[in-house]
Write a protein that binds this ligand. Structure first.
Ligand SMILES: Nc1nc2c(ncn2[C@@H]2O[C@H](COP(=O)(O)OP(=O)(O)OP(=O)(O)O)[C@@H](O)[C@H]2O)c(=O)[nH]1
Ligand SMILES: [Mg+2]
Length: 307
């Protein structure tokens, strides 16, 4: 091997990669699996991801900064509009797109067509990921791949199962192949740019999303009001956290609290257990439920979600 070739092989690469796709296809699940840490909330409900979350993968010869985006859907509120706008907007800035689709669908649907149009307009290097292959047979996947191949010249097409951990490494390999030489933008011990406060709020929201049904979850907003580290009488460190779960109306409040407070207790317990693992410290979590009437259509709150 020539010396030149060896040198270029070791050149460090880096870049920003946004994960885009319809809601509920498994974008956040993929990011969490690739990063190996829980950075984004996952739930079997549409519109789980609301904000742009960065997650970092450090490899020996590269650093990949993933950007998780809210799922593309037909917005039904001002918040929904902003979420979809943000997903498209951040995707304009990145080096590579990862377009995630649900492999259980028979053909390219309306939402995916819309995303394809945006990809075509951008002309960006795009990796197509067909997720949830654990739920479909191979012949069906092959058919879907053919349809997508006719639509765009994808850098690669990768069928994966995030829950069964099939082909996930290939996504990283393919991204790395397509990255340009560049520096590490983040310290290698960092894996997300989220603050502890955001992590706490998202974890509580995720548990509420998972445990509640119908339209209640869409109107949930979690705000941490107080976070204080202290020592117990036994000199053990403990985090005191007070948080408020906001909802759209009074009837939702009752559902979130549950009979004798049982639902709120479950949300709190699951959130505390996850957070103690993630943050490595004992947590004393107190939750309240309050109403912020129709906040998802109120500009005062929506402006916080704008990029
Ligand atoms: N069977 C199966 N389920 C999966 C797979 N990947 C993700 N899921 C499930 O799909 C649901 C949605 O996952 P998310 O990661 O929240 O999806 P998302 O695309 O980030 O959704 P939004 O944030 O709403 O856009 C969850 O219930 C996941 O457990 C997979 O490979 N197979
Ligand atoms: Mg998500």
């Amino acid at each position: 091997m020539s010396e030149n070739k060896q040198q270029s092989k070791e050149e460090f690469k880096s870049g920003f990669v946004s994960i885009i796709g319809r809601t509920n296809v498994g974008k956040s699940s993929i990011i969490n699996s690739l990063v190996g840490e829980k950075v984004a909330a996952i739930a079997n409900k549409p519109q789980t991801t609301r904000t742009i979350i960065r997650a970092i993968v450090n490899r020996p010869n590269s650093q990949i900064i993933f950007i998780d985006t809210p799922g593309i859907h037909k917005p039904k509120s001002k918040l929904g509009n902003v979420m979809v706008e943000n997903a498209f907007e951040v995707s304009k800035e990145v080096d590579i797109l990862v377009f995630v689709v649900d492999s259980t669908t028979d053909e390219i649907g309306k939402g995916d067509k819309l995303i394809l149009d945006k990809i075509k307009d951008s002309g960006k290097k795009t990796i197509l990921v067909l997720n949830k292959i654990d739920l479909v047979d191979k012949a069906k996947i092959a058919k879907l791949i053919e349809q997508y191949k006719d639509e765009y010249d994808f850098a690669s097409i990768i069928p994966v199962s995030t829950v069964k951990k099939i082909n996930l490494d290939i996504i990283l390999d393919e991204i790395e192949k397509n990255l340009k030489p560049g520096p590490a933008y983040y310290n290698i011990e960092e894996y997300t740019d989220q603050t502890t406060r955001q992590l706490v709020e998202e974890t509580i929201r995720e548990k509420a999303l998972k445990l509640l049904n119908d339209e209640v979850p869409h109107g949930i907003l979690v705000e941490v009001e107080k976070m204080k580290r202290r020592k117990t009488l036994e000199n053990e460190p403990i985090y005191n956290i007070d948080a408020v779960i906001y909802c759209l109306r009074n009837s939702h409040k009752g559902i979130i609290i549950g009979k004798n407070g049982s639902m709120l207790k479950r949300i709190g317990t699951y959130a505390r257990e996850d957070l103690e693992k993630m943050l490595g410290i004992k947590i004393n979590l107190k939750l309240w439920v309050k109403v912020k009437e129709d906040w998802i259509n109120n500009e005062k709150y929506i402006k916080n979600f704008k990029l």
